[in-house]
Design a protein around this ligand. Sequence first.
Ligand SMILES: C[S@@+](CC[C@H](N)C(=O)[O-])C[C@H]1O[C@@H](n2cnc3c(N)ncnc32)[C@H](O)[C@@H]1O
Length: 249
Amino acid sequence: MSGLLIGIGVGPGDPEHLTLKALKALERADRVFVPVTEAAGETGRAEHVVQAHVDPAKIERLGFSMRDASLRHENWDRAGNAIAAVCRDGGTAAFCTLGDPNVYSTFTYMWHTVRSLLPDVVVETVPGITAMQDLAARSGAILTEGNESLTLLPLTAGEDVLRAALRGSDTVVAYKGGRHMPRVREVLAEEGRLEGAIYGEHLGVDGEEVQAAGADTERRGPYLSTVIVPPARSQDRGGRLKDETGRAI
Ligand SMILES: C[S@@+](CC[C@H](N)C(=O)[O-])C[C@H]1O[C@@H](n2cnc3c(N)ncnc32)[C@H](O)[C@@H]1O
């Protein structure tokens, strides 16, 4: 009998962003897995969020290397095997992840791995507040209104992907970009999109900073940094509400 695997989004870092549904799922779980990417023994971000709510004896750390890509599949296999060991006898395993489990999350690879080991395992996810939502709230940036489109992209996909999004989408949100920030600012300026763009790092955790993306042109950011590029908007209430022909409604 194969058990249940729940991917739980714990929000970007502020423990108050854990949802009631996530709390209930954590209570239900026989074992709560948390990814740790830093030096062994250091508390991971997701672990920090759930620590206050979960019996420490239920928590198990799974190490993932951010620096060594060659270890990636080895890490996923080891972590997936640890999770499958809980589900194999009908147990419930929770895997906690920053933000939402269906948005650029290691949970996706855990899901694949555990499913390949236990084809009958039931998989559920509990949505979490994403980093872009948190940055919008902390900065007062409106993500979208009316007919505006929104593109979310990883800066690791390259400059052309960023430029295409800036040209083809109203609001653009960029993840995974800290070290690329000096070049990102240049591209935003070249595309006429730097003004109004917001940058946030370490949201909800120590070292949090939220500022205009153009404020510090040379500075690189950490991995946990997010950029929101809103479109130019008039101050008219409802001005972005349009019908399919582009006529104001
Ligand atoms: C692997 S993705 C995880 C995304 C996450 N699942 C979500 O729903 O927001 C990691 C990226 O999310 C963003 N991110 C996650 N937590 C963040 C935080 N506390 N502060 C700033 N950005 C964060 C950063 O862009 C980071 O590079």
